[in-house]
Design a protein around this ligand. Structure first.
Ligand SMILES: [Zn+2]
Length: 383
């Protein structure tokens, strides 16, 4: 699968309605697929952003946008960091830099209906799982076609039983096999009921657009890729004052050798997050999935800093305190959790736990419960 398509499916899986800076999307999707998704109106323009990412994550970050500060200029807006004595430079921005876009789920559903060749009919959410949608009916064999958009809070195997009970014979599409254990994938391979199928194995990106291919042979293989060493060279001073917080609770200064060793052994950890090295606008991280395989993830600068600060806090944090100038805290947190946490039991998660009244969905704490984690972070990162 091509990485840009991977990025698109990850977007669908990880919290699709949250608008992101179009420049960030362009970076992950590539301009070709970004423009294709916009042309098909799967990505729709959001409100212009009132903030802009910072390279660091001090108090006051990220940069706040002051619009039309320089009215007669090509770059009329300014983005300024609120951090006192900030090292984040003030940027002059054009209106293009503030553009945001998010997936339109309704359009994605219609588009998938057409791509798969299902009759157009209203798409309805499952009454119990709001991340599952009925997108149509297949004639041969006669079964309901469902789209299971993102990992739920329960156990997939139990949810599949529940979905089969409610919808009858079913073919269930998921964006990627990221969250599916090999045992569940095997039990729900071709011919099973319900059968699981992955968009990542069916959709390809061609010159003329997105194409649909016939079912792949054999049982779907969950993706489990060993984490790669960081692509970008470390900036010369990236390690100056950098630290490593390990699962023994110790904070150690990070040497270059220590850094290389940590990155090389990342796949042996239950959770790994590297906020020191980065490839342009992304950080490397990942978690060990339920099947025991390490699932690497790319985090945006904002996502990485958010997770890093929550981990460093070692105490309950209001989500809004981790990104004060923003909205959509819980949605954003869900996206981060999609990359750095693993569902545990029917309602629980492995690393980030709600504290107090969970109905408010506001306060969380990093509690690794003895699991091996490693956070590499720069000196600027403050909980
Ligand atoms: Zn800043």
């Amino acid at each position: 699968m091509r990485p840009p398509l991977d990025a698109f499916l990850a977007l669908l899986q990880d919290g699709p309605e949250v608008p992101q800076h179009r420049g960030v999307l362009k970076e992950s999707l590539g301009s070709e697929i970004l423009e294709l998704l916009e042309r098909e109106e799967l990505l729709i323009e959001g409100e212009p952003s009132d903030w802009y990412p910072c390279p660091s994550s001090r108090d006051g970050c990220p940069r706040v946008v002051q619009r039309d500060l320089h009215r007669d200029d090509e770059l009329p807006h300014a983005a300024m960091c609120g951090s006192p004595g900030s090292e984040c430079p003030t940027l002059r921005l054009g209106s293009d830099d503030l553009r945001t876009a998010g997936l339109s789920l309704a359009r994605v559903h219609e588009f998938l209906q057409r791509l798969i060749g299902l009759p157009t009919e209203p798409v309805t959410p499952d009454p119990a799982f709001d991340y599952v949608f009925r997108i149509g009916k297949e004639r041969q064999p006669d079964r309901t076609v469902l789209l299971y958009e993102r990992s739920g809070t329960g156990t997939l195997a139990a949810e599949l039983v529940e979905l089969r009970r409610r919808h009858g014979a079913a073919l269930i599409y998921m964006p990627t096999p990221t969250w599916v254990s090999p045992a569940v994938a095997r039990a729900h391979g071709p011919g099973a009921d319900p059968e699981l199928s992955f968009l990542s194995e069916r959709i390809s990106f061609t010159r003329t657009g997105l194409a649909w291919s016939a079912a792949p042979g054999g049982a779907p293989q969950p993706t489990a890729v060993a984490p790669k060493a960081p692509r970008a060279a470390l900036a010369p001073d990236a390690l100056a004052g950098a630290f490593c917080l390990a699962f023994d609770g110790e904070v150690r200064p990070l040497s270059e050798d220590g850094y290389r060793a940590a990155v090389t052994s990342a796949g042996e950890k239950d959770l790994f997050l590297d906020l020191v090295g980065r490839s342009s606008t992304q950080y490397d991280g990942g978690v060990r999935g339920k099947d025991g395989k390490f699932i690497p993830a790319k985090l945006s600068l904002a996502e990485g800093a958010f997770a890093g600060r929550l981990i460093l806090s070692q105490e309950p944090r209001l989500l809004s305190s981790l990104r004060p100038q923003k909205k959509w805290h819980y949605k954003f947190f869900q996206r981060v959790r999609g990359k750095l946490d693993v569902p545990d039991g029917r309602y629980g998660w492995t690393f980030f736990h709600p504290v107090g009244d969970s109905r408010t969905e506001e306060t969380y704490m990093f509690r690794p419960g003895g699991r091996k984690f490693l956070l590499l972070y720069p000196k600027e990162l403050k909980p």
